[in-house]
Write a protein that binds this ligand. Structure first.
Ligand SMILES: Nc1ncnc2c1ncn2[C@@H]1O[C@H](COP(=O)(O)OP(=O)(O)OP(=O)(O)O)[C@@H](O)[C@H]1O
Length: 311
C-alpha cells in the first residue's frame, strides 16, 4: 500500500483532554542506514488502553525500547508519565510496569527470591497478587526461573508487574508463550487492574482478537513508519470493506480514498474510511471499471489485515 496515502494521525481522531501518559513527537529511528520511522507522532492518553498493532518487524519493540530510554532516537523525543524517556527518574520508573521481550534477566533467582528482590523498589507492592498468580504454576517457591518454560517465565513476570501496581503498564507481546487459559486469566487480571481507575495500558500483541474487548484505541503502525490512530469504536464505524468485480482494465490502487485493495483472496476486496456516497462518487470518477459488491462485516483482525495487507 502506498504510504503517502496514510496520514500520521488519521483525520477525525478526537483530541483528548487528559494529559498523555505517553507522548511521541517527531520521532525517528534507524538501525544502520535503514530508517524504521521518520517523524512519528502519537500520544497515549492517561486512563486509556491503547494497542500498538503492526506486522512483524515494523518496529514495535524498538519503540518500547525508545520509550524506556534504552535506545537513543535519531531524532525527536518521547515522554512517559511526564518525564523525558532519557531521563526517567527511579520514582517514575517505579510507576511503570514493563513487560519486555526477553522477560527476566535474573534467571538465577527463585520464585520467592525474585519477589524479595523486586519488592523494595515499589512502594505499592502487592505481594498477595504475585503469589496468587505464580502459585497457579504449582511449583515450589525455591524453583529457579532459569529452569522454567517460556510460558512459566511469562507468568512470573506478569505476577511481578501486577504486584507492582503501576500507573502505566507497557506490555510488549504479553501473550508470548502463554497457553490459552492463562492468556484469558491474564486478561481478567488486567480488567481488574483497570477497574481501579486512572490506569493506562500501552500494549502490543499479535493476538488481535484479544483487543476487541480490551482496548479503547488502536495505533496501527505500518512499514515505513506511517500510522493510523483512532478509537476502536471509530475504526469499527468508519473502516469498511467491500467485495468488488472488475469490468475491464487495471485494478484500483490505494489513493487516499481507497485505503487498501486485497487481490489475494477468493474475491477482490477494497477497504476505505470514506462514506459510501463519497466512495461511489470517487469510483465513478477515477475507477469506473470497478463494480462494487456487498459490504463485508469485519472483525478487528480483518480490519488489521485490511489496513496493513496480508503479506
Ligand atoms: N539492534 C538491532 N540492529 C539492527 N536491526 C535491528 C535491531 N533490532 C531490531 N532490528 C530490526 O528492526 C526492525 C524492527 O524490529 P522490532 O523488534 O522493533 O520489530 P517488532 O515490530 O517488534 O517485530 P515483531 O512483531 O516481530 O516482534 C526489524 O527489521 C529488526 O530486524
Amino acid at each position: 500500500m502506498s504510504h503517502e496515502t496514510v496520514p500520521q494521525t488519521h483525520p477525525g481522531t478526537p483530541m483528548t483532554a487528559a494529559a498523555p501518559a505517553i507522548e511521541v513527537r517527531h520521532l525517528s529511528h534507524r538501525y544502520g542506514g535503514r530508517y524504521l520511522y521518520r517523524d512519528l507522532n502519537f500520544a497515549v492518553p492517561e486512563g486509556k488502553v491503547v494497542a500498538l498493532l503492526g506486522k512483524n518487524g515494523v518496529g514495535k519493540t524498538t519503540l518500547i525500547r525508545l520509550l524506556m530510554g534504552y535506545l537513543r532516537p535519531a531524532g525527536g523525543c518521547c515522554r512517559v508519565l511526564g518525564g523525558d524517556s532519557h531521563d526517567l527518574s527511579p520514582a517514575t520508573r517505579a510507576r511503570i510496569g514493563l513487560l519486555f521481550e526477553g522477560h527476566l534477566a535474573y534467571d538465577f533467582m527463585s520464585i520467592a527470591g525474585i519477589e524479595r528482590f523486586y519488592r523494595p523498589f515499589y512502594p505499592r507492592w502487592r505481594r498477595e497478587l504475585y503469589y496468587e498468580l505464580v502459585d497457579r504454576l504449582e511449583l515450589p517457591h525455591n524453583h529457579r526461573i532459569g529452569r522454567m518454560s517460556c510460558g512459566q517465565r511469562s507468568q512470573v513476570v506478569l505476577g511481578l508487574i501486577f504486584a507492582q501496581d503501576p500507573d502505566l503498564m507497557i506490555l510488549d507481546d504479553y501473550s508470548m508463550g502463554l497457553d490459552a487459559g492463562y492468556r484469558r486469566l491474564f486478561l481478567d487480571y488486567l480488567k481488574g487492574f483497570l477497574d481501579q481507575g486512572g490506569k493506562t495500558v500501552f500494549l502490543t500483541s499479535h493476538v488481535v482478537q484479544d483487543m476487541e474487548t480490551l482496548v479503547d484505541e488502536v495505533i496501527v503502525l505500518q512499514r515505513g513508519g506511517d500510522l493510523v490512530q483512532m478509537p476502536l469504536a471509530e475504526l469499527r464505524a468508519r473502516f469498511r470493506c467491500y467485495a468488488f468485480a472488475l469490468e475491464r482494465g487495471e485494478s484500483p490502487r490505494p489513493d487516499g480514498v481507497i485505503e487498501n485493495v486485497d487481490l489475494h483472496g477468493r474475491e477482490p476486496l477494497l477497504y476505505t474510511f470514506a462514506d459510501p456516497e463519497v466512495l461511489a462518487g470517487h469510483l465513478a470518477r477515477h475507477w469506473p471499471q470497478v463494480r462494487l459488491g456487498a459490504e463485508r462485516t469485519m472483525t478487528l483482525e480483518d480490519a488489521f489485515i485490511g489496513l496493513t495487507g496480508k503479506y
